[in-house]
Write a protein that binds this ligand. Sequence first.
Ligand SMILES: Nc1nc2c(c(=O)[nH]1)N[C@@H](CN(C=O)c1ccc(C(=O)N[C@@H](CCC(=O)O)C(=O)O)cc1)CN2
Ligand SMILES: [Mg+2]
Length: 307
Amino acid sequence: MTARLLDGRQTAAAIRAEVAAQVERRRQQGLPPPGLAAVLVGDNPASQVYVRNKHKACQQVGMASWVHQLPADISQERLLDFLQELNADPRVHGILVQLPLPRHIDEFAVQQAVLPSKDVDGFHPENAGLLALGRPRFYPCTPHGVLQLLWRAGYDTLGKEVVIVGRSNIVGKPLALMLLQKRTAQNPAGGEATVTVVHTRSRDLPALCRRAEILVVAAGVPGIITAEMVAPGAIVVDVGIHSVEGRLVGDVHPQVAQIAAALSPVPGGVGPMTIAMLLVNTLQAAEHIDSRGSASELFPRSFRLGL
Ligand SMILES: Nc1nc2c(c(=O)[nH]1)N[C@@H](CN(C=O)c1ccc(C(=O)N[C@@H](CCC(=O)O)C(=O)O)cc1)CN2
Ligand SMILES: [Mg+2]
């Protein structure tokens, strides 16, 4: 068997087109373009690529976008002050601080400093809490990208055995919560799966992975998932991205393509989806501010594209 390709580039392009249509509708209504401010601290080369791709994606869909490149040795206090300026700027509907941050900066303090209603990454503890309680405001971009990639390829998670490899705050944990949630009219692509989260300390990782009808791998270890860890006919989504000897590779070994029914590639799988979902959240943030007049209120997730 050679796995079907779960094409993140193509799916992300379709989502960008939906976002662009909404941005154009806003323009015709005399509303300002949704605006995204990206903050990049230091000069991590991979982060520079991702932030540049986010900026380009904003431009493609007609959004306003600002990239703030700050020095690696900026003090935490100055970074937090800078975020307050973005919080107060009415042109900025969404704010993201690219991770990882330099070691002297407390990531949690930074995430708490972003106004929750502008927190388009969904990393603020208030937004993480709302997601955990089944009242999501912003879905974190990578897990939402994984779900949209599956849904738009025709794979429903309802009742399925889904195994997630990795327990990070930005992928594994929020994805598990999203896969558990009930589907609603606003959220037709919702989870209702049977979810198992495994990690490096799990006993018998291969056996746990082989239980999966849908296997999502966000372990952060190149090629960790090999063919004998995958049930024949499983759907496999590779969230990992690593530069190895000048090539981009994922967490899933290429031989898995001979076993799986479907597989997302690296590059061209989850990465472009992450950026597309960031645009969705930024549009949602702008729509909310326009309808309520304030960026600081709580709001339910009532805005959807055809998602
Ligand atoms: N503030 C955030 N920081 C980080 C996040 C995040 O969601 N918010 N996630 C990751 C990195 N990430 C998003 O920022 C990200 C990773 C990869 C891609 C991507 O487009 N990958 C391409 C390949 C790009 C290349 O040529 O290197 C692909 O997979 O095809 C986008 C975003 C950690 N930090
Ligand atoms: Mg740190």
